[in-house]
Design a protein around this ligand. Sequence first.
Ligand code: NAD
Length: 477
Amino acid sequence: MRRITVAKGDGIGPEIMEAVLQILEAAKANIEIDLVEIGEKMYKAGHTSGISKEAWNTIRKNKVFLKAPITTPQGGGYKSLNVTLRKTLGLYSNVRPCKSFYPFVNTKHPEMDVVIVRENEEDLYAGIEHQQTQEVVQCLKLISRPGCEKIIRYAFEYARHNNRKKVSCFVKDNIMKQTDGLFHQIFKEVSAEYPEIKTDSWIIDIGAARLADTPEIFDVVVTSNLYGDVLSDIAAQISGSVGLAGSANIGEQCAMFEAIHGSAPPIAGKNIANPSGLLRAAVMMLNHIGQQETAEKIKNAWSCVIEEGIHTEDIYKEGISKQLVSTKEFTTAVIDRLGNTPKQIQPANFTKGKVMQVPIYKRKPASAKVLKGVDVFVDWEGKDANKLAHALQKLNNGIELTMITNRGVKVWPNGFEETFCTDHWRCRFEDLNGNQVPQSAIPHIMSKAIEEEIDIIKSENLYEFDGNKGYSMGQGQ
Ligand code: NAD
C-alpha cells in the first residue's frame, strides 16, 4: 500500500479530482490517501504562499503528490503556489506527453506524439526582478550547469526508458550566447553519452513554428522553463484539447502529478469539465510508484471511452463524437470499461519492473576564473553618450572605460545618433592590455562615482573561465 498526498484544488479541481479518485478506487489502485487543503482557501486564510505548514509536512512525508489545479489570486503579493511547490520540492523535471487521438478527437495533427521535457526550477522563473531606473525594469534569467545537465540527462534517460528515438533541443543561443549557449553546449555533451538516440537542435522561434505546424517530426523535446511552459500548452492544445494532457513533476526525492490546464473558474461546478488531464497524470503517478498494471487498466478503459466517442464538451464534435457527457457520466463510462482493451487506439504497454533511474548530478572541477573588468550600470537621463563617457572617464584608475551600451547596443565609442536611448546605461571598464584586473579596482570606481555624483545602480564583474569570456559583447561592438 502506497500513501500519497491529494489536493482537490480550486475551480474545477474538486469535481475532476473526485472523478479521478473514483476511477482509482474502482481500478483497485494500491494507494492510501492523505488529503491536504491548498490554494484559494489558504491564500484567503492568510497564507500568502497558499499552503500551510501541515500540508508541507504531509507532502514531504509521502513524497508523491496528486494535485488538482488551483487558482492563483491576482495581485496582492500572492506567489504562484505551483512554482513554489516545484522549486521547494526540487521537482526539476516537468514531463508533458502530448499525443493526438485522431480520428476520435479532432486535431489537424493525426500523427502527433510529442513529449515536452521542461526544466522546472530556474530561468526567468527565479522571479528575481528589479526596477532600476525610472524607465527600466529587469528580470534575471538564471541558467545553471546543474539545472541544464539534470534536465537534459532526464530527457535522454526518459527517451531510453520509453523507447523514444529522438531528443530535440530548443534554445535561442544565437542571441543569448551565455544562458541558452550553456544549455545547448550541455545538450551536445550529454547527447554523446546516448549514441543510440538521434538528436537535433532548433532555435526556439522556428522550432515552435514547426512544432505547431508539423509536430510529427518531433519525439522528445527538451527545453528551458519559459520556452517549455509556452510550448507544452501549444502542444497540448493542438493535440486535441488542453483538457486532455497530464504532467509529471519529478525530483530526486519527491514527485507531483497534475493536469496541465488550470482551474477553469468559468466552468467550475457545472459538471462539464473533462477529467482526462488529471486522470492521465494519475496514470503517470501509478507508473512512477510501480503500479503499471493498474496504470494500464485505467489507460485502456479511458482509451475505450475516447474511441467510442463518449466525450465531454471541450472535445465533443458533431460527426466525430457519439455522445456528449458530463464529468460524472464520463467517469462512470471509464469505470464501466475497466478491464477492456481498446480496439483502435493502441493498448497501453508500460515498462514493468524497471524504474527509471537518473544519475545524480556531480559537481564539475572548478575552472580558472580570472577577473577582466566590470560593467557598471548607470542611471542617467541625458541622451549624448559622449557626455556620459566624458564623466565616466574620471573614474579610470588603471582600468578604463572601453564601451557604453544602452539596452545592449553599443552607443560609445562611435555610436549612431539614430539609436534610441533610455536612462539605463551599461558602462564597461577593462584593462586596455587585456590583463587581469585587481578586485580593488572595482570599489575604487564605485567610490569615485559617488564623488562625481554618478548614479551607479548595479555592477557585474567580468570574468574569464579557463580563458573563455563569461560575458557578452555589446551589439555592434
Ligand atoms: P485554464 O487552463 O484554467 O483554462 C483555459 C481554457 O481551457 C478555459 O476556456 C477553460 O474552460 C478550458 N479548460 C481548462 N481545463 C479544462 C477541462 N479540464 N475541461 C474542459 N475545459 C477546460 O487557464 P486560465 O483560465 O488561464 O487559468 C485559470 C486559473 O488557473 C488561474 O488562476 C491560473 O493561475 C490557474 N492555473 C493553475 C494551474 C495549476 O494549478 N497547475 C495551471 C494553469 C493555470
